[in-house]
Design a protein around this ligand. Structure first.
Ligand SMILES: [Zn+2]
Length: 327
């Protein structure tokens, strides 16, 4: 009798453990950590683009290293498994970067270290043995740069529009970004690069992109890249992928400004939370939003909670896109 009773308890317990409800709770207790790697600790500065996303399974993704990651030696990087580059412009790929974190000031960023012809993204990938996942026609460029520097060209991986790749439990897709994507001839070099510079033309590596990431806890994040307003933000990012967290570029001039970016968030993507990015101006003073800034206009205009990308501050988001810590 006792034995039977024990089996009954074990049976009930294993059924509970295997149930979808339990699995869901387990997953939701695990958050995705987002840490901006900007120019100055605790602030949101003009050149800030880079963010590290850490999956609950420990996988670390660096998005658009740009100019505020102090190259491969930046101690804030730690392990980097995957690098994402939305497009080839120098402020995203990293044509130059700071000497060290916090060098320079928020209004006068230090971009004194040149990273051409390789780019900061490639130098970090070589040092960390990271995979570079890009869409469009960008992967052959990265494969060639990796190969030319003794790296493994197979670490440059394609995720073109409509498809996805899953790496270390994270599903990565690229989505439309209405922008340009010329490759600066400085990355090409030689006679060809010189002739292109003289002619004032850039290399063709296909379209610019944004990203949609699905983390192992179920959180879906939209990283806009530089983009205008596109219908895909509704039809694809919201209706198909159901993004719950958005990182929205809102600097104006080069991409959507605060009003357009707020429209994208309020009317098209409708996430649970948004992190503004790419402001191209001093957005905070002492960690507080600067009155009259584009960041302030954006935050006032969006209807969902908006969290400033303060450099070095780690924010945690659950599967529903709700900030659970650090915001
Ligand atoms: Zn940009």
């Amino acid at each position: 009798m006792k034995r039977l009773h024990l089996f009954a308890i074990l049976g009930a317990l294993s059924a509970a453990l295997a149930s979808p409800a339990f699995a869901q709770n387990q997953k939701q207790s695990q958050n995705v950590k987002v840490t901006p790697l900007g120019g100055i600790d605790g602030e949101f500065c003009p050149q800030d683009r880079a963010m590290v996303f850490e999956d609950p399974n420990g996988t670390r993704i660096l998005y658009d290293p740009g100019r505020t990651v102090a190259g491969a030696d930046d101690p804030r990087l730690g392990k980097i498994d995957i690098i994402l580059v939305s497009h080839m412009h120098g402020d995203h790929l990293g044509n130059a970067h700071n000497k060290a974190p916090n060098s320079g000031s928020c209004d006068k960023p230090d971009v004194s270290v040149s990273a051409v012809p390789n780019s900061s993204a490639v130098e970090i990938a070589l040092a960390k043995k990271s995979k570079i996942v890009t869409g469009s026609e960008m992967p052959p460029f990265f494969a060639a740069k990796l190969k030319a520097n003794g790296g493994d060209p197979a670490n440059s991986i394609l995720a073109r529009f409509g498809g996805s790749v899953t790496i270390d439990g994270i599903k990565i897709a690229t989505v439309t970004a209405l922008h340009s994507n010329g490759l600066d001839p400085a990355y090409i070099g030689g006679e060809l690069g010189k002739a292109m510079t003289e002619a004032g033309i850039a290399g063709d590596v296909g379209l610019a992109t944004g990203y949609v990431l699905r983390f192992s806890n179920g959180l879906v994040a939209y990283l806009s890249g530089d983009t205008g307003i596109v219908a895909d933000q509704e039809r694809t990012v919201r209706d198909y992928y159901h993004a719950k967290l958005a990182v929205m570029n809102m600097g104006d001039g080069f991409s959507t400004g605060p009003a357009e970016a707020a429209y994208v968030i309020n009317q098209l993507v409708k996430p649970a939370s948004v992190i503004p990015s790419h402001s191209n101006e001093v957005s905070t003073v002492g960690g507080k939003v600067r009155p009259g800034s584009k960041a302030e206009a954006f935050i006032k205009a969006v209807k969902v909670p908006s969290y400033l990308p303060l450099s070095g501050r780690t924010m945690e988001f659950n599967a529903a896109g709700k900030c659970m810590a650090g915001c």
